[in-house]
Design a protein around this ligand. Structure first.
Ligand code: HEM
Length: 451
């Protein structure tokens, strides 16, 4: 009770996790986190031995390469495989670091020859799906659930780039093995386990383990586990498939068959919902503001008319030359950072001093991504407004401020030795999708497909 007494926070947080449990249960945890740091300062107490911070400097310090901070108990909840840890859940930094080095080549795209091509193929499939099923006519109104289609897209992208085989969600425009349905139960459960570590211990009991997803299941995460097991199996043995993709890179860098099975499941879950959230929220924010939408369309139309965009899908390098598009993507990540879980790190045994206050060893410090992205001292006074202009010269921020904003918004992908390995993939997906779906010459792509 006294240990973190110098930090402000909700009254019950000093002796229980009640406040945190309620915040998570409400389904609006991001808003509760935002308010708590607004009220009690950049670092606040939200539970016994648990702080929440929106201070970018503290986050960089905890995640820095030589920092003595480690992953806190929170990360145990990210163990998806029934018996094995994975790159996101290992708390031993030596093991995590080794795995990260082995896997970074595959994630960076340097050893994945098909990365950009695979994303293009899936994007063309989305555009084809829209054309065949969701273009309204004079007599028929055909609404499309953007949230669903973006999730199908990112799931098919990640499966294709991970092991050269798409799950096929876009082909059928269906969730044939109830993956999404189970995710709606599964993700909130992860959040609950992360707050109440004792529940995790119960989940590890052999009897309960039998209820957990299995590779033999015909639905949900278990089905994905079975898919991963089969695809990994094809890469070993006498008639093994050799392919220069992510899986191929991981094998080259020494991952065992068991590790691969566990890591591929992680890859699917880490890389699909996060990117889909970003795409759908950014598209939603752009298209619900006529002025922003028309400014973006003008930029894209001009680039297209000046033959600066490869058809049918623009190159990733081309998208980076379009300032308004890039501003919209950054503003989307800022207004709606997709990863809002605590990602708590643990203070080293000797303790630390934060803002002049002593924090004992073993204290967990979670991040408040929602709060970070709404820091007025970084982004300006109108932080709740989706305003891509803030990223451009003349939009109210100086060059130095924009450079600082860039560094802070990229914290949405974590930082340093815990930073997102899939960031280049996610940004490529965002760059291409936001541009192509917004492009007024969308009809030209449709005609291209006809030919
Ligand atoms: C907009 C999309 C994405 C966002 C915002 C995002 C964000 C994050 C964050 C915040 C972390 C954790 C940092 C920490 O533990 O402190 C993370 C880790 C990770 N992400 Fe992403 N991510 C995205 C997309 C992806 C994609 C597409 C992939 C796969 C291709 C991916 C793979 C990973 C992996 C493997 C890790 C674990 C890295 C490690 O433990 O060393 N992510 N991501």
């Amino acid at each position: 009770y006294r240990a973190l007494g110098e930090f402000g926070g909700p009254a019950t947080a000093s002796f229980s996790r009640l406040w945190l449990g309620k915040a998570i249960y409400s389904g609006k945890m991001n808003l509760h986190f935002g308010r708590v740091n607004e009220q009690y300062g950049d670092t606040a107490r939200i539970g016994p031995r648990l702080l929440l911070t929106r201070d970018p400097a503290l986050i960089r310090k905890m995640n820095a390469v030589r920092s003595p901070y480690t992953r806190a108990e929170w990360y145990n909840s990210l163990r998806l495989h029934p018996t094995r840890d994975n790159i996101v859940s290992f708390r031993d930094e030596t093991i995590h670091n080794k795995l990260r080095t082995q896997m970074s080549h595959g994630y960076s795209g340097k050893e994945n020859m098909y990365l950009e091509h695979d994303i293009d193929e899936r994007l063309l499939q989305v555009l084809g799906l829209i054309r065949s099923k969701y273009v309204s006519t004079d007599t028929e109104y055909r609404p499309m659930d953007l949230a669903r289609v973006t999730t199908f897209f990112t799931l098919d992208v990640i499966s294709t780039i991970a092991f050269g085989k798409s799950f096929g969600f876009l082909v059928t425009d269906e969730d044939p093995f109830d993956y999404l349905k189970q995710l709606h139960v599964f993700l909130p459960a992860i959040m609950l386990f992360s707050v109440f570590p004792d529940v995790q211990k119960i989940m590890r009991l052999p009897l309960i383990q039998r209820l957990a997803p299995q590779a033999t299941d015909v639905t949900g995460l278990g089905k994905i586990m079975g898919f991963a097991r089969d695809v990994v199996g094809e890469r070993f043995g006498v008639d093994k498939v050799v392919r220069k993709d992510m899986l191929g890179s991981f094998i080259t860098h020494g991952l065992s068959r068991e590790q691969l099975e566990s890591e591929t499941i992680t890859q699917i879950t880490a890389g699909s919902d996060s990117t889909a959230t970003s795409i759908r929220m950014t598209l939603f924010l752009i298209t619900s503001n006529a002025s922003i939408y028309s400014t973006l369309m003008n930029e894209l139309t001009t680039a297209h008319e000046e033959n600066r965009l490869t058809r049918p899908i623009l190159r990733d390098t081309e998208s980076r030359t379009l300032p308004y598009l890039q501003a919209c993507i950054r503003e989307g990540l800022r207004i709606y950072p997709p990863v809002t879980g605590l990602l708590a790190k643990e203070v080293p045994p000797q303790g630390d001093v934060i803002d002049g206050r002593f924090v004992p060893g073993g204290t967990s410090i979670g991040w408040n991504s929602w709060g970070i992205m709404r820091l007025k001292r970084v982004f300006g006074q109108d932080v709740d407004v989706f305003r891509p202009e803030r990223w451009l010269p003349g939009g109210g921020q100086s060059k130095e401020q924009i450079d600082n904003m860039e560094e802070v918004v990229m914290l949405a992908f974590g930082y340093g030795r815990f930073g997102c390995l899939g960031k280049p993939v996610a940004l490529m997906e965002l760059n291409k999708t936001i541009a192509e779906v917004s492009l007024p010459s969308f009809s030209l792509i449709l005609r291209y497909q006809d030919n």
